[in-house]
Write a protein that binds this ligand. Structure first.
Ligand code: ATP
Ligand code: MG
Length: 428
């Protein structure tokens, strides 16, 4: 069973008290004053919980005082230890505290107490000879205000590992984007300019957004997606908003700015005269952004041919990377995810399914899985298949039949034109 990390809500209180009572008797847990925890929680202390199958299996909370926070409770149910819950709780707690203007988090831990490894994993520094751990957060409150204003997030580093397969794309992104940005000293010594502007292109659902987020997660930089649809709805023109966003975000030490459906905001000016202002603004803003290191603008599009060529020329976009259809390993990961929530019959294998669906996007895979589930559901309702227990599972045959009825979104001709686009546009 998997767990998820959530912000504390008052409805968790009963379950938390139960957890604290259970761990209280264990020698490796900190003595917790449960009444104190309840009082603090009711006064709005910052707390996060790990939930598994509806129960609370971990909790971490902190008290804020000025720009410092002190961890108050750190507890994990015994059978859920050594699964990364401590680090995940700490990470979420840090993020919450950072947004409250906290600059330093301190934690007092007794010898051998649960949670110390989590603090070390998260970069807390133990004070020599003491039980005090401290971590200064890297973002200034003024940075947090800018990130919050534009809806930014701090993402997890393991998003990269969750993106399966796509070896060609991953090697390009790793070698040409992540590595130079994470080792700027070596890059500078050699004379390599780390990229500041990257365009990812390819058919829908191939993982462009996923990779943009994964890059931010790996760099540990805040990720801000600018949504033109949201921006233009506020007053001021899209061009002005874009200028303001890029100028403000450019003040951060580090940031990944992501603009999806870039063809919508920067189409060839002759094809849509209304977009001239936006394109001209981009032509001005991009060089400003490129001058300051530590900023990465990633744009994504399904229609690379529709974008104004002036925006894409070398000197404006450093890299243009084609993200192709999910390969077998990526499709296997997508099938694993799609069937994880199904009640399966025997002999179903994600990798066998992946072999039979070349050209499928994540959306197609999900559709096929749901079609198979719908057949199993109809059969179970009718009580067919010799006993309702037997029928209430999604069988290999359901999946095979659903696969046959589901069309691949990436047809051979779409694949062919993508390969032609890679040939003409890719620049790495
Ligand atoms: N390599 C991969 N491994 C596992 N899951 C993936 C992979 N690539 C994409 N996915 C999943 O597929 C879905 C679609 O991916 P994503 O949104 O990144 O595609 P996209 O290229 O941005 O699509 P669009 O062009 O429509 O914006 C997401 O749910 C994502 O988690
Ligand atoms: Mg996308």
């Amino acid at each position: 069973m998997d767990y998820k990390i959530c912000d504390f809500t008052p409805t968790d209180l009963g379950a938390i008290v139960q957890l604290l009572q259970t761990v209280r008797s264990q020698s490796d847990s900190a003595p917790v004053d449960i009444a104190d925890f309840i009082a603090n929680a009711q006064e709005g202390a910052t707390a996060v919980v790990a939930l598994a199958g509806g129960s609370v299996v971990g909790v971490a909370s902190a008290r804020v005082s000025g720009d410092r926070a002190w961890t108050q409770v750190f507890a994990i149910a015994q059978q859920w230890r050594n699964r990364g819950i401590g680090s995940a709780l700490t990470r979420r707690l840090e993020e919450r505290l950072m947004h409250q203007g906290v600059r330093k988090i301190c934690a007092l831990f007794g010898p051998g107490q649960v949670g110390q490894q989590a603090l070390l994993n998260r970069g807390f520094v133990p004070n020599p000879g003491m039980l005090l751990y401290e971590k200064s957060l890297s973002l200034e409150p003024s940075d947090i205000r800018i990130i919050d204003k534009w809806g930014g997030q701090i993402l997890e580093g393991d998003l990269w590992n969750k993106a399966a397969g796509m070896e060609r794309e991953k090697a390009l992104i790793d070698g040409r984007i992540v590595a130079p940005l994470s080792d700027p000293v070596l890059a500078e010594r050699i004379g390599l300019r780390p990229p500041a502007t990257v365009m990812m292109f390819g058919p829908p659902g191939t993982g462009k957004t996923t990779f943009a987020r994964a890059v931010a997660g790996r760099l540990g930089w805040p990720f801000v997606e600018l949504l033109p649809s949201k921006m233009s709805s506020t007053d001021g023109t899209l061009a002005n908003e874009l200028r303001e966003a890029l100028a403000e975000l450019g003040q951060l030490d580090h940031v990944v700015i992501f603009i999806d459906e870039f063809d919508e905001i920067a189409p060839a000016r002759e094809s849509r005269p209304a977009s001239v202002g936006v394109v001209n603004q981009l032509l001005k803003s991009i060089p400003d952004l490129r001058q300051r290191p530590g900023k990465l603008l990633i744009c994504a599009t399904n229609f690379i041919r529709a974008i104004d060529p002036a925006v894409m020329r070398p000197g404006r976009f450093d890299l243009l990377i084609g993200i192709g259809p999910p390969d077998t390993a990526a499709r296997t990961a997508l099938w694993e995810r799609a069937i994880a929530s199904l009640q399966l019959g025997p002999g179903v294998s994600a990798s066998a399914l992946a072999d039979q669906c070349r050209g499928f996007t994540p959306g197609d895979i999900d559709l096929a899985a749901q079609r198979a589930a719908a057949d199993a559901f109809a059969r179970a309702r009718m009580g067919a298949g010799g006993g309702s227990d037997q029928a209430a599972v999604v069988t290999r045959e359901d999946l095979a039949s659903a696969l046959q009825r589901t069309k691949a979104s990436i047809t051979p001709s779409i694949h062919e034109s993508f390969e032609a686009e890679v040939e003409s546009f890719e620049r790495v």
